[in-house]
Design a protein around this ligand. Sequence first.
Ligand code: ARG
Length: 600
Amino acid sequence: MTDLKSSLGEAVGAAFAAEGVDASLARVTTSDRPDLADFQSNGALAAAKALKANPRELAGRVAERLQADPRLALVEVAGPGFINFKLTGAALAERAATVAADGERAGADAVATPRRVIIDYAGPNVAKPMHVGHLRSSIIGESLKRLFRFRGDTVWGDAHFGDWGFQMGLLIVAVGDEGGAAGFMTEGDGPFPGEAPVTLEDLERLYPAAATRAKDDIEFRDRARKATAELQAGRPGYRALWAHFVAVSRTALEREFGALGVTFDLWNGESDADPVMAGMIADLETKGLLVEDDGARVVHVARPGETRKRKLPDGSVMEAPSPPPLLVISRDGSAMYGTTDLATIVDRRKAIDPELILYVVDERQAEHFEQVFRAAILAGYATPGSLEHLGFGTMNGPDGKPFKTRAGGVLKLHDLITMATDKARARLQESGLGADLPPEEFEAIAHKVAIAALKFADLSNSRTTSYVFDLDRFMSFEGKTGPYLLYQAVRIKSLLRKAAEQGATPATIVVAEPAERDLALTLDAFDQAVSDAYDKRAPHLLAEHAYRLAQAFSKFYAACPVLVAPDADSRGSRIALSQAALDQLELTLGLLGIDTPERM
Ligand code: ARG
């Protein structure tokens, strides 16, 4: 890391080491008292205990060694043995200049050893409407994809399209029953119609009806099961019809994801693992991992002694393995969700050989992934630590349950975006923003504000917490919201435009005023925020940084006039600082998947 905090940390570590203290105890943190210091180290307290020394004395000796550091304006022992550090304006200015000159990286380092990483996110299903779990996965996964790429990894975002399950058989039977797809129902090799016999509306109408019907209508369900098995076994007419379902769904989904600013490098489906399935099952068999269980075939994944109490239908309680075995082949011979996930690992290894696969999927699927990962490691398809499930909480309605529309249905992504854009338009108008802009530009801005509101509201929460959907709050131009951040970014853009019009240009950065110090320190903190967000797979740390930066800029702008600065040098310096703040803010928002308009 090249940030000031880390390089100061190294110096402090060396000073502790010279006093015979383990340098790892010498952590430097942001000061609890920004009015007194920029950073502090509490290392002497912990170290003194270990050395049976007096903490204040030890701190004093360490401080003495650091007095000569030219970056430090102040090194001071406080309280029982804290060491406070204040940087010189020159050190801050130099760092801010480095950040300003760092172009695309804005002061953040890349990883030393890039990896090949697949991020499996969104996971929409053919014909089934997306729910809020898919929305959160899309937003979080997109941000992680951008963050990992920014850190230097080679990243593939994969939508892992749900195109191989029972819903496919249901659709085949439902479409067949309506009579619209007679050309696909024959058993031969075709040829089959090249035109889709269904539209997206047909799929959206037929699937829910078929799913409901299959609950009570046994004959219908059995036909759908049979159709699923025949499809998977390769019946040509069904495959041709299925390919139309997939294409129709995918076109619509790509449009919706596009509106959300979410794009994938791979649109592989569960079905893409089909070619490796038979080989994998034979391999599991050879390795002795596939065992018979009540007519089905499973892989045991719990280690001896890993059990939990399970209630049986008759009310008795037994100790059952935990996690439960992975169901590989069901009693009626079909591949299951876990089977396709396992085969997808095999397939990905063949095609890409990733060092890491991240699965951004609802926390409620935690057990499923535990089963799949354990099976993959047992079978030697993956190494421990190379598969990670990144679960997340739900987006809830005011009732605390997963968000539903007023009609009680799942919210469609398209409707959500429309609703948010309507609200954004109204808010912009109320605030008198964009009134003088051409209508198309105003529309584009309303769309960006809407997306920023939705994404920032999601990403500013830590991944695992659930949050309540509250469009009014998300869309406010005040507080910790996407619209506030866009507004701040646009304000800096307009300031810089005015400066350019007046012929004022950036100059050497000078850091003198407290608000300038604070802004420089915030610019410095980006490196750490990025690496922490990456290590913890935690975009909210980026959201936090964006907010802090916007606030630091806002205070700076209020305290330090830019266009009417006291002299040309400080005006040039402040323009350069503003530009650096804007670049880093836009970059951070970009890592969250949020686009900034030019004006509003
Ligand atoms: N299609 C699944 C669902 O809707 C999500 C897929 C997640 N990814 C995976 N590799 N299982 O629940």
